[in-house]
Design a protein around this ligand. Structure first.
Ligand code: NAD
Length: 492
């Protein structure tokens, strides 16, 4: 296979242009299907992070973006969404080469990002305050102002989509931004910043710096000139971000990990449910915050259901995401593969029953890549590590229940609360479950599903705040109350 991107260097993009790195270092970005070099990127340091904030602040103060008519911002963001959709093949190929997922998944991600831009563009001229009745000859009203320099730190599992998810509302509201994508997968974010310039975004409004989280990420969060942090990533790093941001009282949204339950009741359409459960854990090789990583199945259908699921899992075709007919790509890095396989060992040691998978796949053509077989465990209990911790790989843990109440207790028995699935034909069961599950999102009879217009966020340690949806803009605006006394000298 010819990797046309292999010689390409992707520099950081600050102030509307590629900037030379302050240090001499460069990072080699690998293709996870082969572990061969794909491209190089700049590896920025603290100075690069500070410089990007400075540029973004200047753009906030003087580029005209913050003060522009909302309709103008809408047009630019809409155009950006259109350009992205037009270049879906180019962007999705780059995403797949870098991250590993099958091309059709990357395409869906790119189109989701394009649609997010379109949706947020539609809100850009609807950022408005209220007029509030107060006594006397006064007019009281609120204005919604952009907040300033917004920092965005994104992970490697949906590199472009999750960067755009928070950038779109921030830009729609008139802010400027510094994005730090994950070092493993920065290519589509860097390409996106160039596209934004083409769409007419003023220089300095969107800046992308690449580098280690501890250095570049922390420097951004610690910078007193920033106005907010939107972080998507692991719960451990989320805690650290919150701590750093609290030092100068900067608000954060945290979109963190999950251990989401997929509850299958005995009356469900088991064939449909099996496909949904399969999709919910093996899409993106299980590297999803919202992965349905815990199957909670009613004992009376457990054997039948698992039989269907194992059969489907064994048919999944593993391979490089850019090859036709591939159902599941590699995991993103060797380190991640070892981590996932470590969890599989732990599951076996703690007494769960391995039904299928559990190994690195070394089939023909896959030996050099980070391929993990689709893996299903049965007979788990909620205390086991594989039932509690986020594995972030293609590993499903099955727990069984007899009664509705048991199902809910199991579903809520983790520190996370991001997504959840319920499979039943009984509307009463579905609504009861939706009420009682402690998660930011509940989906009945399909998994996983979200739209740019529906809120995405977690309960418990899955995060703080909401991305997507109409209210996402609130985080990127602040409310100012204005009181005007117009009673002149007349005594009140
Ligand atoms: P990660 O937390 O290791 O890294 C995420 C980002 O934070 C990267 O850009 C990284 O460079 C940066 N970072 C790392 N340490 C940092 C620090 N000390 N200060 C500032 N930035 C730092 O996460 P990951 O491994 O890239 O992604 C996987 C995790 O992301 C999983 O836990 C997954 O559940 C979570 N995730 C959550 C959502 C959601 O919407 N809730 C979506 C996708 C992924």
């Amino acid at each position: 296979m010819t990797v046309t991107e292999s010689t390409k260097h992707y520099g950081m993009f600050v102030g509307g242009q590629e900037v030379p790195d302050s240090g001499a270092e460069r990072a080699t970005v690998l293709n996870p299907a082969t572990n061969e070099p794909l491209a190089t990127t700049s590896l920025g340091g603290k100075e690069d992070a500070r410089h990007a904030v400075e540029v973004a602040l200047k753009a906030f103060q003087s580029s005209g973006w913050a003060d522009a008519d909302g309709a103008h911002r809408a047009r630019v963001l809409f155009k950006l969404g259109q350009l992205l959709a037009e270049r879906v093949d180019e962007f999705s190929r780059l995403e797949t080469m870098n991250q590993g997922k099958p091309l059709r998944e990357s395409k869906a991600d790119v189109l989701f990002a394009a649609r997010t831009l379109e949706y947020m563009a539609g809100l850009a001229d609807k950022v408005q305050g209220d007029s509030i009745p107060v006594p006397g000859e006064r007019l009281d009203f609120t204005v919604k102002e952009p907040i300033g320099v917004t920092v965005h730190i994104s992970p490697w599992n949906y590199p472009l989509q999750l960067s755009v998810r928070s950038l779109a509302p921030a830009l729609a509201a008139g802010n400027t931004a510094v994005l730090k994508p994950a070092t493993l997968t920065p290519l589509t974010s860097l390409a996106f910043a160039r596209l934004a310039k083409e769409a007419g975004l003023p220089d300095g409004v969107l800046n992308v710096v690449v580098g280690p989280g501890r250095e570049v990420g922390e420097t951004l969060v610690e910078d007193p000139r920033i106005a907010s942090v939107s972080f998507t990533g692991s719960s451990d790093v989320g805690r650290r971000i919150m701590e750093l941001a609290s030092r100068h009282v900067v608000p954060v949204t945290l979109e963190l990990g999950g251990k989401s339950p997929n509850i299958v009741f005995a009356d469900a359409d088991l064939d449909r449910a099996a496909k949904g459960v399969l999709y919910g854990i093996f899409l993106n090789a299980g590297q999803m915050c919202w992965a349905g990583s815990r199957l909670i199945v009613q004992r009376s259908v457990e054997e039948t259901f698992l039989g269907k699921l194992v059969e489907l899992a064994r048919k999944l075709k593993l391979g490089p995401g850019y090859e036709p007919g591939v159902d599941m790509g590699p995991v993103v890095s060797k380190e991640q593969m070892d981590r996932v396989l470590g969890y599989v060992e732990k599951g076996k040691q703690e007494g769960a029953k391995l039904l299928t998978g559990g190994e690195r796949s070394t089939a023909d053509g896959l030996k050099k890549g980070n391929f993990v077989e689709p893996t299903i465990f049965a007979g788990a209990d909620p205390e086991m590590t594989i039932a509690r911790e986020e594995i972030f790989g293609p590993v499903l843990t099955t727990l069984a229940f007899d009664t509705f109440e048991e199902a809910i207790v199991l579903a809520n028995a983790t520190t996370y609360g991001l997504f959840s699935g319920v499979w039943t034909k009984d509307l009463t069961l579905a609504h009861r479950a939706a009420r009682q599950i402690q998660a930011g999102m509940v989906s009945v009879n399909e998994y996983p599903i979200t739209f740019p217009q529906t809120p995405f966020g977690g309960y418990k340690q899955s995060g703080i705040g909401w991305e997507q949806g109409i209210h996402a803009l609130d985080f990127y605006t602040r409310t100012k109350n204005v009181n005007v006394f117009f009673g002149g000298s007349k005594k009140k």
